[in-house]
Design a protein around this ligand. Structure first.
Ligand code: GKR
Ligand code: MG
Length: 466
């Protein structure tokens, strides 16, 4: 017998999926160099109470298409029954409720994870976009911030964030549409100028600390040699002895090299993020576990423990101390669930990031606000966009190295439709296609090719390519 269910919360009247683009600096990594523009996908849900909920996830045609396909599954549903809606989307992809399909969201991520990317879709990215917008609406309906609806609710009032530092390529050597460099020792000037050596990285750290009050710093490695990158950390620590520092070469260093450099420099690191990865028939988790045993340096990852099954193997091996559970690919609820497990099992929760707008900044903030226990300062790329880009009326601010958790209901942000339409127009002009970090890098080294086991601009790499 069909029983009519009373409706107690608003229903979704419309769902818009909006791809957007924003500007970026020529940031270097193992996969090459960031292009002048990055892309993201937004979901806007309009509800019968007149309110709007919003979510942001990585860009790319696969996610965009899957979100558009989800529209009929979302429109007409009740906000408070959001789990049912998310399960319907999972089921439409052939996944059981709660099952993670481990697929990737960009060519760059595929390359780093050594995975094929022809499907170009990670289901949890799709789920998260809708989940965030529904939780935003539910929070607004109930009058509580989203973090109160996650896990055991709000655990902290301020979320510590780290300064995510990159080597920066000389964009003047390209004819790509990067913003032109400008003078000045402030963060906004420095983030547009080339930074290729240890002192330049320490200068960037100073400027970021001055602007945002950071005490935690991460250097995106996999660019120079392992020793040069740790010398950059040493330069930063000479200026800021109390700083918590890490380096992330995305698994580019061999196990023997990782052990050698971290025996020498490990005392400078709060933890090492993916120093090494799969090699010689051993999985990334096995190799990271050997690294940990040999050096005693704590490890973090966004590469080898990125879903529950990988997390299980990782834990059995003792490979990872700090899983970087980015809510964009763990889902907001999944990320907090992992945070609870970390707390109970003696691990430390953190979060990975990619270039993002201020909607994601709010999503990170709420997930981290609901993470129990001592967490590590979370990654954010926002400092590369802050002051240049915004999609909300008043983006959350990084002050004293942390973001204050908003008390306002929902995500605590208000979409700025004029800004969103402008970012969409930019996407239509420049944004189509997957992120390709090799393209910009070839302006610096014409025959440059990605190699997962060779830092992108190490002297050895340049020698081999010459
Ligand atoms: O933005 O170049 C980048 C990062 O390398 C990013 O793509 C990674 O996914 O930040 C990420 C990481 O921690 O590996
Ligand atoms: Mg990483």
């Amino acid at each position: 017998m069909h029983v009519l269910e009373p409706s107690s919360s608003p229903t979704i009247t419309a769902m818009r999926v909006i791809p957007v683009a924003g500007r970026d600096s020529m940031l270097l990594n193992l996969c090459g160099a960031h292009a002048p523009f990055f892309i993201r996908n937004l979901v806007l849900l309009h509800a019968s109470d007149g309110r709007t909920g919003i979510g942001e996830v990585p860009g790319g045609d696969g996610i965009l298409q899957a979100l558009q396909n989800a529209v009929p599954l979302v429109v007409g549903t009740e906000v408070a029954r959001y789990q049912r809606t998310l399960n319907a989307i999972r089921a439409s992809h052939g996944a059981h409720s709660g099952t993670m399909q481990h697929q990737v969201s960009s060519a760059a991520e595929a390359a780093m994870l050594r995975q094929p990317h022809e499907i170009n879709l990670r289901l949890d990215n799709v789920i998260t976009a809708v989940e965030a917008a529904l939780l935003d609406l539910l929070g607004q309906h109930l009058g509580v911030p989203v973090c109160e609806l996650l896990g055991s609710g709000r655990q902290r009032d301020r979320v510590p964030m780290l300064a995510y530092l990159f080597y920066i390529g000389d964009s003047m050597r390209t004819d790509l549409d990067y913003l032109p460099p400008r003078g000045g020792d402030d963060w906004y000037g420095m983030r547009l100028r080339a930074a290729m050596d240890a002192e330049a990285i320490a200068d960037l750290a100073d400027a970021a600390a001055q602007r945002y009050g950071f005490r935690d710093f991460k250097l995106k490695g996999g660019v120079r040699s392992a020793r040069e990158e740790l010398e950059a950390i040493a330069a930063l620590k000479r200026r800021r002895p109390a700083a918590n520092c890490t380096v992330d070469p995305n698994g580019a260093w061999s196990l023997p090299e990782s052990i050698a450099v971290c025996k020498e420099y490990g005392h400078l690191l709060a933890y090492a993020e993916d120093p090494c990865g799969p090699e010689q028939g051993y999985s990334g988790r096995e190799v990271m576990a050997e690294f940990k045993r040999a050096t005693g340096v704590r490890t973090a990852t966004n590469m080898v423990a990125t879903d529950w099954r990988q997390m299980g193997h990782s834990h059995l091996l003792g490979a990872v101390d700090i899983p970087l559970a980015d809510p964009h690919f763990w889902t907001m609820q999944g990320s907090v669930r992992l945070a609870q497990l970390c707390h109970d099992w003696g691990m430390t929760w953190g979060s990975h990031s990619n270039n993002h707008f201020d909607v994601s900044l709010a999503m990170f903030t709420h997930a981290a606000a609901a993470a129990p226990g001592a967490i590590t300062a979370i990654d954010t790329h926002w400092i590369w966009q802050e002051g240049l880009e915004r999609l909300t009326r008043e983006p959350l601010q990084i002050v004293g190295g942390a973001v204050a958790v908003p008390d306002r209901p929902g995500l605590g942000i208000e979409p700025d439709m004029a800004q969103i339409e402008a970012a969409h127009a930019l996407y239509r002009k420049v944004g189509q296609g997957a992120r390709d970090d090799a393209l910009a890098m070839r302006y610096l080294v014409s025959d440059w090719r990605y190699d997962p086991k060779r830092p992108s601009l190490s002297a050895r790499a340049l020698l081999v390519r010459a």
